[in-house]
Design a protein. Structure first.
Length: 598
């Protein structure tokens, strides 16, 4: 019997990466690839795994129904939304099984090849929170480690790490939601303990590539995955302990504290109140301050307790301090509703206070802030009371919607939805853009909105829906990239090498060439090279046997020829020439077998 699975992905690159992980885990007897449409690559495999033989067809469906597109006749996100995924944050890939006329979601994944430091570390927490709360297993795959490169010399900058609270939030959320939601640390090309003293005590056994691959295959085979889940969680905790050593224990939880918190299952808010020796202190540059934000920071310093770390953009106002905190907040902002102030002060619950700039100087979203409130919720619990304090500029039109129709504002903007859906109170002390007023101070009680958004729907179908056709209703740039990838990676793979495939929604973590018996790779690719009028390609193909030396083909993909920029070919060539003036960042032996990156 042949089982049919689908990999729905942001693009063909995400689909293929997941497919390769699955295939690496099994013993293949037969493999073939074919197209059922210009969009859909099908992989037909026969293999053995765990003592059993299997026959699978895996359909790769790149390009979701997002941003108003109606690419497929059905939307694979619908079962997630019907089970409580309400944020405008979606995973990179979703694996499903077709059974008769039904399609059931098995698990979802996120790939991260970006630097995991600063606010980037929690930028995608909204995806984990929104997907994980539906009961859908979710894996966040982190390439560890990643370096920033100097833009002109391409020399590595000092290594930066995420706060230990970020991976711990996945552990805590997995426990609270009774669903498998985890970070998986995998070895990046750049990882080298001998070359960076900051990695000398990282235990390479905590890379979870094998457990991740086994989990994926077992889930698809219908086998028990509890061993892999437990092992991935154990390694998650080890990563938390490793990261805790990178930060000052006078301002952050120590490894001992993280282990105690994990072992005794105590809520992190109560644990912080009982064990923190530091308060919450948000640093805002002088240029970043607005209105009365300096006075608010002083108020926070007086009444707050640090939640896992002093420098994270959120902390705790303990319940016994809330009356004085509310009174002092009223003194700073006399115009605030006394009724809401009284509600803030008269309670026996602790309060998480999040400070968000939220919006950039021209008013567009500060995208990483979308993940801040989900991060705080995952780290604490879904029923924690949260106050969001916003000090970045806000468009007048959005401000009016916030006051008069907050649901419409949430529908139109993902950052606002995150704020309104997960906050009990919202404070604004912000510049107003595009209006006759230039400043606003506002306090809102958004508890009813939060209760509305976070309610779990009663859905009898679970994570399944009627299967829709794997042939799309219309074609886009995704299909141009799929066609290019299929041609070079599947049909002509004996005479060429796909050095990079970067369709919309992909990443520009690197590109490779084959040189004799080795693969050389350039990492952390810049988007453009303005100094040489260069543009990053969408595809890089190395073709053999045409000339004496291999031929590099640099490709710009567009849906329509009219969308091509003038002289784009010269810019693509300039980009590659400039990048290849620098030595490759890493290389590995590929013949007779594939070696490690060095």
């Amino acid at each position: 019997m042949t089982n049919i699975f689908r990999i729905h992905g942001d693009n063909i690159g995400e689909c293929e990466r997941l497919l390769n992980i699955i295939i690496s885990q099994v013993k293949l007897y037969q493999y073939s690839a074919f197209l059922v449409s210009p969009s859909t690559i099908c992989i037909d495999i026969e293999f053995s795994y765990a003592g059993n033989n299997y026959s699978w067809i895996i359909e790769l469906l790149p390009g979701f129904n997002k941003a108003g597109r109606n690419r497929w006749e059905g939307n694979i996100f619908d079962p997630l939304r019907e089970n409580g995924s309400f944020l405008d944050e979606t995973p990179d890939a979703i694996v499903t099984k077709i059974d008769d006329s039904w399609e059931t979601i098995l698990y979802a994944l996120e790939f991260c090849s970006a630097l995991q430091a600063g606010n980037q570390a929690w930028q995608r927490s909204g995806r984990a929170f929104s997907t994980g709360r539906t009961g859908c297993p979710y894996l966040y795959i982190v390439d560890f480690v990643k370096y920033e490169l100097d833009s002109s010399t391409r020399v590595r900058k000092a290594l930066r790490f995420p706060n230990a609270a970020v991976p711990y939030s996945y552990i805590n959320f997995s426990r609270n939601s009774n669903n498998f939601v985890a970070q998986v640390y995998v070895r990046s090309e750049e990882f080298d303990k001998t070359a960076d003293y900051q990695l000398h005590d990282f235990d390479e056994n905590d890379f979870a590539d094998k457990e991740m691959a086994a989990y994926m295959v077992k889930k698809m085979c219908g086998l028990d995955t509890s061993t892999e889940e437990a092992e991935i969680m154990r390694k998650n905790l080890n990563v938390v302990l490793f990261l805790s050593k990178r930060f000052n224990s006078n301002r952050n939880f120590s490894g001992t504290q993280w282990r105690r918190l994990y072992t005794y299952h105590q809520g992190i808010i109560r644990f912080s109140i009982e064990n923190s020796t530091f308060n919450f202190h948000k640093i805002i540059t002088e240029k970043g301050h607005h209105g009365k934000s300096p006075q608010v920071l002083n108020l926070i310093d007086e009444y707050s307790i640090g939640l896992a770390a002093r420098d994270l953009p959120f902390g705790i106002i303990p319940a016994n301090q809330r009356p004085m905190f509310a009174e002092q907040l009223q003194n700073i902002y006399p115009s605030f509703s006394s009724q809401i102030i009284d509600k803030i002060g008269n309670t026996d619950k602790d309060l998480i206070l999040c400070l968000l700039k939220g919006f950039k100087p021209k008013g567009d979203d500060n995208r990483p802030d979308r993940g801040l409130l989900p991060f705080a919720t995952m780290l604490s619990s879904h029923d924690s009371e949260i106050m969001a304090y916003i000090y970045g500029p806000v468009f007048y039109s959005n401000y009016q919607l916030l006051l008069n129709n907050p649901r419409a504002l949430a529908r139109s903007n993902g950052l606002w939805k995150s704020i309104l859906a997960l906050s009990n109170y919202v404070v604004l002390d912000v510049p107003i853009l595009r209006a006759h007023i230039n400043h606003a101070e506002t306090l809102l009680d958004t508890s009813a909105l939060k209760q509305e958004y976070t309610a779990i729907p009663q859905n009898t179908n679970g994570l399944k829906r009627i299967a829709f056709s794997s042939i799309p209703q219309n074609y886009h740039e995704d299909d141009v990239d799929t066609g290019i990838h299929y041609l070079f990676a599947h049909i002509l793979n004996n005479i060429c090498f796909e050095g990079m495939c970067n369709p919309p929604g992909g990443d520009w973590s690197g590109f490779s060439i084959l040189d004799g018996n080795s693969e050389k790779r350039w990492l952390s690719l810049p988007r453009v090279s303005n100094d040489i009028d260069g543009k990053r390609p969408d595809h890089i193909i190395e073709l053999f046997g045409v000339f004496e030396k291999p031929l590099l083909i640099s490709i710009e993909s567009k849906e329509k020829s009219i969308d091509l920029e003038p002289d784009v070919g010269s810019r693509l060539i300039n980009y590659l020439k400039r990048l290849m003036d620098f030595i490759p960042n890493v290389e590995r032996i590929i013949r007779p077998g594939i070696g490690s990156w060095r």
